[in-house]
Design a binder for this molecule. Sequence first.
Ligand code: SAM
Length: 109
Amino acid sequence: MLKHYSVLKNELTRGLEWQGGVLLDCTLGFGGHSFAFLESNPNTQIYAFDRDSSAIALAKERLKDYASRVCFYHHPFSHVLESLSDDVLKQTRGIIADIGVSSMQLDEE
Ligand SMILES: C[S@@+](CC[C@H](N)C(=O)[O-])C[C@H]1O[C@@H](n2cnc3c(N)ncnc32)[C@H](O)[C@@H]1O
């Protein structure tokens, strides 16, 4: 299993005072932040974006126990508005963006 630590994970879930609902994860990465939100509330539904297909593949494996509550998009987050329906956008209660590169991307060419 890949070792990976998401920055400010607890601060994020606490800071948003998350009560469940639709969350957009603009930068899924290895899925650590999404995992924390899915685990913290069974009513969490996530729409997750990443421009890196390897990140999406790893996150899919990591989040497989929550597969029915996550939709994955291999797109840059600039495509959020055109990728999601108006209904989903209206229901959205939180947006997270952990912008940058992941340590995996620095470790591997
Ligand atoms: C710091 S990592 C995210 C880590 C993630 N929050 C976690 O807990 O595992 C940043 C991610 O943002 C992605 N990324 C960078 N620019 C992006 C963009 N314009 N649209 C979507 N994803 C992007 C990178 O591919 C990388 O996987």
